[in-house]
Write a protein that binds this ligand. Structure first.
Ligand code: SAM
Length: 182
């Protein structure tokens, strides 16, 4: 993982409960499990062959959300390069508020996703599934910001030309005794 995630990874300790949404190849989930964390990984793809120490839930995030037990709380939540694949209005109205409420005091949340501007770059990234830092920050009012970025990147776009887009990243820590009110 790149250095941006250092403040998140530094908080991964033995025994903490971690959620990795859109876990992909399980690289981060397995790394955290090796550090002794109790990791739940959710991805619609089949789990990789070796997921030692990880509780892998093969499911869409939307279905997992519907069946999530009421009381579960996490010390750390990672959603890296996955929000852009989900319906934006659902992410804004349901998923993010739920994740916020599922973090324990002092818990950390790391989000990384995309923002394409001024024109569309990726055909799979619809107009309504990309995020600026300004879109994400209001969910974490009064939280401690450990890292943030809206960093330009270049990639070949839908027209074959190299186009600029932004990688949007936010790592926040919930402060003790802060009420969450939506
Ligand atoms: C770009 S990969 C990122 C993987 C990993 N988080 C990383 O950063 O290396 C996106 C992952 O999200 C998963 N994904 C996309 N939409 C999903 C959905 N609706 N429910 C569950 N997983 C989804 C894909 O299967 C894929 O593994």
């Amino acid at each position: 993982m790149d250095n941006f995630f250092g403040p998140f990874l530094a908080r991964v300790q033995p025994g903490i409960k971690v959620l990795d949404l859109g876990a992909g190849q399980g690289i981060h989930a397995c790394w955290m499990a090796r550090k002794g964390a109790r990791v739940v990984a959710v991805d619609k793809k089949k789990p990789p062959t070796d997921t030692a120490g990880v509780r892998w839930i093969q499911s869409s995030i939307e279905e997992w959300y519907e069946q999530m037990p009421d009381q579960v709380q996490y010390d750390a939540i990672l959603a890296k390069n996955v929000l852009q694949f989900l319906r934006r209005d659902w992410v804004i109205k349901q998923l993010l508020p739920e994740l916020v409420s599922r973090l324990k005091p002092n818990g950390v949340l790391a989000l990384e996703t995309f923002y394409q501007s001024p024109e569309p770059v990726f055909e799979w990234l619809s107009e309504t599934s990309h995020y600026t830092l300004e879109d994400l920050s209001p969910f974490f009012f009064n939280w401690k910001v450990l890292a943030k970025r809206q960093e330009p990147k270049k990639m070949r776009g839908i027209d074959g030309k190299r186009r600029k887009f932004f990688l949007t990243g936010l790592i926040v820590q919930r402060q003790e005794n802060v009420s969450v009110d939506f």
